[in-house]
Design a protein around this ligand. Structure first.
Ligand SMILES: Cc1cc2nc3c(=O)[nH]c(=O)nc-3n(C[C@H](O)[C@H](O)[C@H](O)COP(=O)(O)OP(=O)(O)OC[C@H]3O[C@@H](n4cnc5c(N)ncnc54)[C@H](O)[C@@H]3O)c2cc1C
Length: 457
């Protein structure tokens, strides 16, 4: 049972806000309150005083102003996937954008405009109808907002850059309730900050993305027995180093639903399909896979391939670290740590970067990890909340083992890990630039339920 917070806000003000909003205002007595507090990470149990389910930009402006007038802490909810649970804030007001999920596509200009609460499922469905796509998250329920604002990797990034590299404009409601148009010529400094600087500068009510011709891809999974992992991961490392940009292959150390520990290659080739068949031949021919399921499929199918494996509601503790070079030591450390998993739901992921991501200058966006070869995700998952300690310890110890090889942290994978980790995610130069931008657009740090950048003084 979830205890509900006592509201300290006067009922008259709440009634006024409710009457002015086009969307819904949800308080602890509302029948939808518990559902509105549910996040992807089932471990988060925050209890906001009010959830403003906004229907449009006007609602967002009203809600931000209301929170400030009432002295309430403020959070912003996009897709609700932040593992730290930053979409919600205890006793405060949540600007919930889940009612703003429209996506419109201009196929001539190859541009999509998406509401701040859209998911990648919403986005991919809309753009796929025109044979177009942009780099986006690999689980369809993830929000376009949080993912893009922190960088955003996905299957297409080696051809087209990160999600943030494809962000060409936005509408932003700032801390004083102003509505700003953001693009290359208006508030361009803010566009730089939105490309990796997180939700620090305001509520993004609309995202504009550049699109690319992508329709049918070659995708799927090749599964090797865990006993061959020392060789299969070395093979993949060497293969990936010369692979074309149109191919991305991630590796997972995981347990199948049948209980077998395996090393899976998950791949997506987004170029010419005939060429792709040739490119992936060595992957298909290596070793003796226990399962191979690879073939042409619509991009939207590729984008939902892993949904079932990543359901909402489990207890999650997640750590991440970029690595510049996938050395034998990193591979051996990962295999050794996987041998000690405390739950069959836990997994280790090697996410391949490079290609177009590495060709964007480091200072062009607030996402700086342009020369990483991989990101390592260390994901501890379990069902029983009483077993928290051992599963959290496994993720922390795995992280300690990987940290000596670290090239920095991915801001979108941070939990509540403290200011030093946020600084490390940006590096000193970018952090300082973000801090100055924060001082310009949110000097009082109204937007702090996030991986927070302190305003420069
Ligand atoms: C199952 C799963 C799969 C993932 N897959 C990928 C992946 O493929 N690639 C990748 O790069 N990352 C991935 N991630 C990490 C993901 O990028 C982050 O969790 C991201 O924060 C999710 O965004 P969201 O909008 O769903 O989250 P939320 O929890 O809603 O928001 C995250 C943060 O962004 C802020 N925010 C949200 N919406 C807005 C807005 N409109 N304006 C301003 N601030 C806002 C929030 O306040 C919060 O601080 C994945 C995470 C999960 C749990």
């Amino acid at each position: 049972m979830m205890a509900t917070p006592e509201s300290r806000i006067d009922t008259e003000s709440i009634a006024t806000l409710k009457s002015e909003m086009h969307g819904d205002l949800i308080d602890a007595k509302h029948a939808g309150y518990v559902d509105a507090c549910a996040l992807w990470n089932g471990m988060i149990a925050k209890r906001p005083a009010l959830i403003a389910r906004c229907a449009n930009t006007e609602d967002v402006v009203r809600s931000v102003k209301f929170a400030r007038e009432q002295g309430l802490a403020l959070s912003v909810r996009g897709g609700g996937h932040s593992v730290a649970g930053n979409a919600l804030v205890d006793d405060g007001l949540v600007v919930d954008l889940s009612g703003m999920r429209d996506v419109s596509v201009d196929p001539e200009q190859r541009v999509a405009h998406a509401g701040g609460g859209a998911t990648w499922g919403d986005f991919d469905t809309a753009t796929h109808a025109h044979g177009l796509a942009t780099t986006g998250g690999q689980i369809s329920s993830t929000g376009i907002a949080g993912l893009t604002l922190g960088g955003g990797f996905g299957w297409l990034m080696r051809s087209y850059g990160m999600a943030c590299d494809n962000l060409i404009g936005a509408e932003v409601v700032t801390a004083d309730g102003s509505v700003l148009n953001v693009n290359d010529s208006e508030n361009a400094d803010l566009l730089w900050g939105l490309r990796g600087g997180g939700g620090n500068f305001g509520v993004v009510t609309r995202f504009d993305f550049r699109l690319h011709p992508v329709h049918t891809v070659l995708g799927g999974m090749i599964v090797h027995p865990i006993e061959r992992a020392p060789e299969s991961l070395r093979f993949l490392r060497d293969f990936n180093r010369t692979a074309p940009d149109d191919l991305a292959v991630f590796a997972a150390l995981m347990t199948t639903p049948e209980g077998d520990r395996v090393n899976a290659f998950i791949l997506c080739y987004s170029g010419d399909l005939d060429e792709g068949q040739e490119v992936i031949k060595p992957l298909l021919e290596w070793g003796e896979p226990v399962m191979t399921q690879v073939g042409p499929m619509p991009y939207t199918q590729m984008q939902t391939l892993m949904d079932e494996a990543m359901p909402p509601g489990l207890q999650i503790y997640w750590r991440g670290e970029f690595i510049k070079t996938l050395t034998d030591d990193v591979i051996d450390t990962l295999i050794e740590r996987f041998g000690t998993i405390t739950s069959p739901l836990s997994l280790l992921l090697l996410e391949q970067f490079g290609g177009a991501v590495s060709r964007v200058p480091k200072d062009a966006t607030a996402f700086v990890h342009r020369d990483a070869e991989y990101n390592v995700a260390m994901i501890s998952r379990w069902e029983d909340p009483s077993q928290h300690d051992s599963h959290v310890s496994w993720a922390r110890e795995t992280h300690d083992a990987i940290r000596p090889f670290s090239a920095g942290a991915y801001v979108n994978y941070l939990g509540e890990e403290g200011e030093d980790r946020i600084r490390a995610a940006y590096g000193p130069d970018t952090y300082d630039r973000l801090a100055k931008l924060k001082a310009k657009y949110d000097p009082e740090n109204v937007f702090k339920a996030n991986q927070n950048i302190q305003p420069a003084r």
